[in-house]
Ligand binder design. Structure first.
Ligand SMILES: CC(C)(COP(=O)(O)OP(=O)(O)OC[C@H]1O[C@@H](n2cnc3c(N)ncnc32)[C@H](O)[C@@H]1OP(=O)(O)O)[C@@H](O)C(=O)NCCC(=O)NCCS
Length: 196
């Protein structure tokens, strides 16, 4: 188990390309660690709004695209929230995910099954997408869910977002149902991956 606030270092290194001087250029490291009380909630809210803007442009109304800081604080505190940070600006979160968020609204039956954990509010700053940071955040909650004895890790995503569905399918998630959350204007796909 990762103690609260302890980072998981990850080199986030692309395919090694030897430089002329024999050294191997790498991207700056990214660390994933648990949210602490010192972390800036407004920066997380702003990151969520930027990341979910693409779904808004598709006509969707995800909560994360419009939630205020109080909602971000409540959501992050209700489960295990992890943040990703780059080395360039170690005080600015560039990614976020919540394991086992305690939702006030009724959730899909799949999430209630014994041995099923779930995650939510996954986002990576659009400027930093495509570098494996989303994969790092997923790997963190998948390993945490397995360590806690779960067999499955579920998620809920906007059904019309084909690109996102394919992102999860390539990472081993399969469709197990649908759900309609009261605060959105779309049906959600419930997907799940065997982790234990
Ligand atoms: C889904 C999301 C978290 C993925 O984060 P990410 O850091 O880009 O993820 P990764 O870098 O691990 O993988 C990105 C994928 O897009 C590809 N990609 C390539 N270039 C890319 C680019 N410029 N921008 C985005 N993705 C790119 C990557 O190759 C990878 O595809 P793969 O499945 O073939 O490996 C991010 O796109 C996001 O924040 N989306 C908006 C919020 C959202 O929809 N969250 C999920 C709600 S359920």
């Amino acid at each position: 188990m990762t103690p609260r606030g302890q980072p998981d270092a990850h080199p986030n290194t692309p395919a090694a390309t030897p430089a002329g001087n024999g050294s191997v250029p790498t991207r700056p490291p990214v660390v994933v660690r648990r949210l602490t009380e010192a972390d800036p909630i407004p920066l997380i809210t702003a990151l969520l709004h930027r990341a979910y803007a693409r779904q808004v442009s598709l006509g969707l109304r995800p909560l994360a695209a419009r939630q205020d800081d109080d909602v971000t604080r409540r959501r992050c505190a209700s489960g295990e929230c992890y943040l990703a940070f780059g080395e360039e600006d170690p005080g600015r979160p560039i990614g976020v995910i919540i394991l086992n968020e305690n939702e006030p609204d009724e959730g899909p039956p799949w999430f209630m099954r014994p041995g099923v954990a779930s995650f939510s509010q996954l986002a990576v700053d659009p400027e930093m997408q495509g570098r494996g940071i989303g994969q790092m955040l997923l790997a963190k909650v998948e390993s945490r869910a397995a360590e806690a004895g779960n067999q499955e890790l579920g998620l809920s995503m906007a059904e019309p977002d084909d690109q996102l569905r394919d992102f999860y399918k390539r990472r081993g998630y399969r469709i197990v149902g649908t759900w309609k959350w009261p605060y959105t204007n779309y049906i959600s796909l419930i997907m799940s991956k065997t982790v234990g």
